[in-house]
Design a protein around this ligand. Structure first.
Ligand code: FES
Ligand SMILES: [Fe+2]
Length: 426
């Protein structure tokens, strides 16, 4: 059924527009090739970007019970977020105050109110600001040790919706400040939309980690590039009305909404099916909702559709290697399928891990496919192919980025944010 497609005044106003970032003199490649290919750039980013920004750590549900913890490695810091005995989230640097061992790895749970280093068993209080409270053989082996000076170094933790963020500096500016106006840019985007996406009302259906052989900025730029969408994804995103995509800068972040075509009733690419049944739309969100994102600088995207809310987290590993963790949430349904963790043996090379209850297109057996990525019908595989292609092309001495379109203004804006964070002395 055809429908006249109008947009909510929020996005049809001048406010949600390319604005000055659509001006041709601004829309150009700002970063040199070395920014995508060299270890020295990644080191500078680790120092100047990832160590000085709020970093996405996970979801509040990852830290449900007192004693649950998760480790976050970003830039030059290693941080642990833990739910303390009183139920509050706390964060500290993952560095023992004795010889500096990493205290914890990955995710897990600590019983009791103390944390003991595996090495020489120094013990810290989880209930009292991570103070050092136990030192084996203290009288015999230390001539003087002021335990009050050896608490674990604190970091800062804060939440927004169900998202947990950490900052290495305990005196960093508040998360709310850093988010700028992003919380006001979540919609509504359609006249029929009566509620905003609320991730806390949804349940996680998939958590998948991809390996992409490309620099983290190539992966990011691909995510926010509005020009490739109707072209690289001509079949997979055929319902999208890219001529009406709306974008807004909210420095250092950015936000976008893109509707579906007037003669489409829903976007097939993002529906998700279980037992041949389409996943239901989120309450208050019309089925005709297209797609929106908010890119939180530097490396975490939030993405919404009629049936889902997800995070797209890009993690640099090496100059030409990134991990992308996608976590998708949807409306809980009756007879929710059980969560499965894919056997690593089942997974193809480009998938590091996959767990979740469903979305058949992510079934591990279907991830194993010999079909060319550009014929896979999978948006993520198409994107990965494009990112790896660009990275490989950068080896050529002839490589050069040509003229950018104004649908690539988000890319130029992102690059400007990078440059603004990097000291010019290198
Ligand atoms: S390094 Fe932790 S107790 Fe020695
Ligand atoms: Fe894409």
């Amino acid at each position: 059924m055809s429908r006249q497609h109008t947009l909510h005044k929020m996005v049809s106003s001048q406010r949600f527009t390319l604005g000055k970032w659509g001006e041709p003199e601004r829309v150009r490649q700002l970063l040199p090739v070395e920014a995508y290919t060299t270890a020295s750039w990644l080191e500078r980013e680790n120092r100047s970007l990832f160590s000085r920004n709020w970093a996405f750590a996970g979801m509040t549900e990852d830290l449900k019970r007192p004693g649950d913890y998760l480790c976050v490695d970003g830039g030059d810091s290693a941080i642990v977020v833990i739910r303390d005995p009183s139920g509050r989230l706390q964060a500290f640097h993952n560095v023992c105050r004795h010889r500096g061992a990493r205290l914890l790895e990955g995710t897990g749970h600590i019983e009791g109110n103390v944390l003991t280093c595996f090495y020489h068993k120094w013990t810290y209080s989880l209930a009292d600001n991570f103070k050092l409270i136990g030192v084996p053989h203290e009288q015999a082996v230390f001539s003087e040790l002021d335990k009050s000076c050896h608490a674990l170094h604190p970091a800062k933790v804060a939440t927004w919706m169900n998202l947990v963020f950490v900052h290495p500096d305990p005196n960093a500016r508040d998360l709310d400040d850093w988010l700028t106006e992003i919380p006001d840019l979540l919609g509504p985007f359609e006249p029929e939309q009566t509620r905003l996406h609320d991730p806390e009302q949804l349940v996680e259906t998939l958590d998948i980690v991809y390996r992409v052989k490309a620099n983290w900025k190539i992966v990011t730029e691909n995510f926010i590039d509005g020009y490739h969408l109707p072209l690289l994804h001509a079949q997979t995103l055929a319902d999208g009305d890219f001529s009406r995509q709306c974008w807004l800068d909210a420095a250092p972040h950015q936000a976008m909404y893109r509707p579906i075509k007037p003669d489409s009733s829903r976007e097939e690419a993002y529906i998700g099916y279980y037992d041949d049944q389409p996943w239901p739309p989120i309450e208050g969100v019309p089925e005709s909702y297209g797609a929106s994102y908010q890119w939180l600088f530097p490396n975490i995207g939030l993405f919404q559709t009629a049936t889902s809310w997800s995070t797209f987290h890009v993690l640099p590993v090496e100059p030409a290697l990134s991990l992308v963790q996608i976590r998708i949430r949807a409306v809980p349904i009756a007879d929710m399928p059980p969560v499965r963790i894919a056997d690593p043996e089942e997974l193809p090379d480009h998938v590091v891990s996959a767990k979740g209850c469903c979305l058949p297109q992510y079934d591990p057996s279907s991830l194993r496919s010999d079909v060319h990525p550009l014929k896979s019908g999978d948006v993520q595989l198409e994107d990965t192919y494009a990112c790896e292609s660009i990275q490989r092309a950068m080896r050529s001495r002839q490589f050069q980025v040509g003229t950018l379109s104004n649908w690539e203004a988000p890319v130029a804006f992102f690059q400007q944010q990078i440059l603004d964070c990097m000291p010019s002395d290198g």
